[in-house]
Write a protein that binds this ligand. Structure first.
Ligand code: UDP
Length: 481
């Protein structure tokens, strides 16, 4: 069968308003554009600013179409268009609402100037009926992992596994014997239900992962759902590979990278809880205590509630007395209070371990850099991602969580104690086998993004599939929706 049209495809990408969703989908758009397709990223003014620089090298290959962000209607301050700018559930709820309110403007764009294919983030649950109504084929991008979807489905199928009051809970039926230390909140099942539902009308699902990482789970997922998965990641590594080929360079250097230049290879622990988690002062204090007691060097990114609300940088409340001065004097630790260049930090040779909240992007970025992890999930799917690190592939040490949380903003009642963190840091930094396993997975990731590697082949197969969708009559494609 012929699988190629004579012209480039016109593809619209729609990233959701959160960094963990937007970064990998913009990367995917860049990759598809680098294969000669006509790509448009649809977004709002402030969200566009977050990635403008990253696509500036891509020239005319990528268009950005700006739609209005209905912030005024929702009572949001100017420029608050991304969950990174939220530090409470109410603001986050309004940003989620905005993702629904932009629907008419996007539909009108698609009517006036229809694309061949629409690739929205899975969070735009309305996109299914839009693509049906307009007879435009749709493929969703899912920023969480296939492994998570398998866990979610296995947990749903086996309520009997969670009958006892306290854990650990064994999860039956998956390719590996997995345990959860705490019971998943029933609320999480409800949240994920609508997301898993949104996959249903799609021709398949695209993920920021690579086949070798999801080994065993891709087959499980495809058998379970009957949907195809395209592994096109790690997208940041795929883009890096493309950029290398076009000889592009990164410009400004963050001061933390210069600080890391002065450190020995593998000697610094990097700590970051992603773009959304706002830990309580109590929890931050425990982390600081654990880091200090571990005696290891560290680079710690802190995003606090007050950074957003009133720029309150009073460290007295959340750091042990004299902590910052002592760390500075001993040249042992550095704090970044704001956005950090995470992908660059992780790939710096001085980084020897990563204390992470287990956001999916954090995880694939650490794998790409061959950095072993200390896992301390913050909310949602992160409790599952932890298991991929510590029980499936075993390139990390588990700290775990004291409590299941649905939201990145609500302070947990029970905090993880500093001693647990100290122990995990010491164990990871002294364990050669875990490090070795992280390096092995890194090699697999690097092979996946090379010519002929699994992710490059999957990207080719994806574009062939999109071409095939366009070759079949539009009504048939929409019927498959
Ligand atoms: N990130 C970053 N600097 C920060 C915080 C986060 O570059 O200070 C990036 C990180 O590299 C990742 C994304 O933001 O690409 C966060 O996604 P992830 O899935 O790890 O976590 P989330 O923020 O969604 O909880």
């Amino acid at each position: 069968m012929e699988t190629s049209t004579t012209r480039p495809l016109k593809i619209y990408f729609l990233p959701f308003f959160a960094q963990g969703h937007l970064i990998p989908l913009v990367n995917l758009a860049r990759l598809v554009a680098s294969r000669g397709q006509h790509v448009t990223i649809i977004t709002t003014p402030s969200n566009a600013q977050t990635f403008e620089n990253s696509i500036s090298d891509d020239g005319a290959k990528i268009r950005v179409h700006i739609v209005n962000f209905p912030g005024k209607k929702l009572g949001l301050a100017d420029g608050v268009e991304n969950l990174f700018a939220a530090s409470d559930n109410e603001t986050a709820g309004k940003i989620h609402m905005a993702a629904h309110l932009i629907r008419p403007e996007i539909e009108s764009l698609m009517k006036q100037n229809p694309p061949d294919v629409f690739i929205p983030d899975i969070m735009f649950t309305w996109s299914e009926s839009t693509s049906k109504d307009l007879a435009i084929p749709r493929l969703v991008f899912n920023p969480i992992s296939i492994f998570d979807v398998c866990m979610i489905e296995a947990i749903k199928k086996h309520p009997e596994a969670f009958e006892s009051e306290s854990g650990p809970y064994n999860i039956p039926g998956l390719p590996h014997p997995l345990t959860l230390p705490i019971k998943p909140s029933p609320g999480f099942a409800r949240v994920t239900e609508s997301i898993v539902e949104a996959e249903k009308g799609s021709h398949g699902v695209i993920v920021n992962s690579f086949a070798e990482l999801d080994v065993g789970y891709t087959e499980y997922y495809e058998n379970l759902t009957g949907r195809k998965v395209w592994h096109v990641g790690p997208t940041s590594l795929m883009v890096q590979k493309t950029k290398e080929e076009t000889k592009a360079t990164d410009s400004k250097k963050h001061e933390c990278l210069s600080w890391l230049d002065t450190k020995q290879a593998g000697s610094v622990v990097y700590i970051c809880f992603g773009s959304l988690c706002r830990l309580s002062d109590k929890q931050l204090l425990e982390i600081a205590t654990g880091l200090e007691a571990s005696k290891h060097q560290f680079l710690w990114v802190v995003h606090r509630k007050n950074d957003v609300v009133d720029n309150d940088n009073d460290t007295n409340k959340w750091l042990p007395e004299g902590f910052e001065e002592k760390m500075r004097k001993e040249n042992r630790g550095m704090l970044i209070k704001g956005w950090a260049p995470q992908a660059l930090i992780l790939s710096h040779s001085a980084i020897g371990g990563f204390l992470t909240h287990c956001g999916w992007n954090a995880l694939v970025e650490a794998i790409s850099a061959g950095v072993p992890m200390i896992t301390m999930p913050g909310f949602g799917d992160q409790y599952y991602n932890e298991k991929l690190v510590t029980e499936v592939h075993r390139f990390g040490v588990e700290v775990g969580a004291a409590e299941w949380s649905l939201s990145p903003y609500d302070a947990k009642k029970v905090v993880v104690g500093g001693e647990r963190i100290e122990k995990a840091v010491k164990r990871l930094m002294g364990d050669g086998e875990i490090r070795e396993r992280a390096k092995e997975m890194q090699e697999k990731a690097w092979r996946a993004v090379q010519e002929g590697g699994s992710s490059q082949n999957s990207l080719t197969a994806l574009i062939d599939y999109l071409n095939m969708l366009v070759l079949v009559p539009k009504s048939a494609a929409a019927a498959a929706n």
